[in-house]
Design a protein around this ligand. Structure first.
Ligand code: IFM
Length: 468
């Protein structure tokens, strides 16, 4: 591998020796093999075929072909020296109809992946749901239906039965806001445009989370630790105008607190439940639900990418209003440096979010940063190298921010860079590259970028390997 001397030396404060360094991926974004070995269709397979839904009509049919290149990808992880690897399991690969018959070939794939990680001294961190609902369940109403919570818990139990003896970290859901508010407001699969229905879907996702936590706990402590991954996008007012202040408060409550308040405090933010009154009666919240949803967790996964400022805008009338219509338009803070996605680079916002979590939730469990990263206009230069200096600079600054939070007393136990590989970036298709490793999509060939070598040095200098 390219070991070029001109890659900058990491310049970071020391992290605790037991800090878990890792990278993250998700099934639909890397696996491919969409119709192989009994995998059923997911809502993303369907959505990608909807004209105009995904840039260039890209799909996850082949993606990074990780399904066939798993050994090579395991070796890339080992070469990086990570102590942990976060990946997700595709529900439609394990239970193609979503409920009922289990597909052993699908489970075997994940058994091989887990065993391959453990053989290399890498702790698996397994996400059970990263947005790829089996299509047959969507045909029965998907997350809008309360039953979906139990279908999810049943699927989780199948996976626990197969893998709980070997997996030390479980994550129930990845970024439920994407699978509910955005998915049921039109910008993610299944691409519906709902008002209160999106809020019900969000509630049923969290109920499924609570049920899955209970299912794992029923297996006893040896079954590993369990948490949920939430994303945080702090939003402040663009001006001191009262309208902008109120709009930003609503946007911030959705982007930072809707899910964390429910999971950690057992209640949805009143600011938003009041605001949603014209479109949602909340009758889907039944006695005991919030207690189930707020079952104490072993850890919280934090995904952090960006901060926003918000200005007030007109609200559609209640009959046409979606759950994401908050009377606020968001944009990057003025003058912010932007990534290739137009997202603000704001390491201070990252540090402040970690500090805020500790202040806001007295019973906060230990934290893992389960995703943080960036995309830029990477390319292979004529010497055959990807010189992604911007990514190195980004990671350097965010890791400094993480170190500052630890120094200030935040119980942060690990950091998982998004992503190991360039991959399918949802509605942006393959146009956005987040990987430490370049993927040549026509051939599937992998090429570690400069940032891969830089991150390897960070890990080698800062950490001990994690043993289970
Ligand atoms: O690629 C996504 C991932 O699936 C969820 N978190 C944000 C990433 C970058 O957009």
């Amino acid at each position: 591998m390219n070991q070029s001397r001109d890659i900058p030396e990491p310049d970071l404060p020391a992290f605790p020796p037991e800090f878990l360094w890792g990278t993250a991926t998700a099934a639909y974004q890397i696996e491919g093999a969409a119709r192989e070995d009994g995998r059923g269709p997911s809502i993303w397979d369907t959505y990608c075929r909807k004209p105009g839904a995904v840039l260039h009509g890209d799909t996850g049919d082949i993606a990074c072909d990780h399904y066939h290149r798993m050994e090579e990808d395991l070796d890339l992880l080992a070469g990086l020296g990570v102590g942990g690897y976060r990946f997700s399991i595709a529900w439609p690969r394990v239970i193609p109809q979503g409920r009922g018959a289990v597909n052993q070939r699908g489970l075997d794939f994940y058994r091989r992946l887990v065993d391959g990680l453990l053989a290399r001294g890498i702790a698996p961190m397994v996400t059970l749901y990263h947005w790829d609902l089996p299509q047959p369940l969507q045909d029965q109403g998907g997350w809008q239906e309360r039953d979906c919570a139990m279908w999810f818990a049943d699927y989780a139990s199948v996976v626990f039965d197969a893998l709980a003896d070997r997996v030390p970290y479980w994550i129930t859901l990845n970024e439920p806001i994407g699978a509910s508010f955005y998915a049921y407001a039109g910008s993610h699969a299944p691409g519906l445009r709902l008002g209160g229905g999106a809020i019900a879907a969000a509630h049923h996702l969290l109920l499924g989370h609570g049920e899955a936590v209970a299912a794992l706990r029923a297996l006893g402590r040896a079954a590993g630790r369990i948490g949920i991954t939430l994303n945080f996008g702090p939003t402040s007012p663009a001006t001191q105008e009262p309208g902008d202040i109120a709009a930003a408060a609503r946007a911030d409550a959705l982007a930072t607190r809707w899910f964390s308040d429910a999971v950690l405090d057992g209640a949805y933010p009143k600011l938003l439940t009041d605001f949603y009154e014209p479109i949602c009666d909340f009758t889907f919240v039944r006695d005991g639900d919030m207690a189930r949803i707020s079952t104490p967790l072993d850890f919280l996964g934090v995904n952090y990418y960006k901060s926003w400022v918000a200005r007030a805008c007109e609200l559609p009338p209640p009959g046409e209003r979606r759950a994401t219509d908050l009377g606020a338009v968001t944009e990057p803070p003025p003058g912010a440096e932007l990534t290739g996605f137009g997202w603000a680079v704001c390491p201070d916002g990252f540090r402040d979010t970690l500090l805020w979590l500790r202040e806001k939730y007295p019973g906060l469990p230990p934290l893992y940063v389960t995703e943080n990263g960036c995309c830029y206009e990477d390319y292979v230069d004529p010497t055959g190298r990807v010189r992604d200096a911007e990514r190195i600079s980004f990671l350097q600054r965010y890791l400094r921010a993480a170190a500052a939070a630890i120094e200030a007393g935040v119980d942060l136990r690990g950091y998982f860079c998004w992503s190991l590989l360039d991959n399918f970036e949802w509605t942006a298709g393959y146009s956005k590259r987040f990987g430490l490793v370049w993927v040549d999509y026509p051939t599937g060939e992998r090429l570690p970028k400069d940032s891969y070598h830089w991150y390897r040095r960070v890990i080698a200098a800062q950490t001990l390997r994690c043993e289970r």
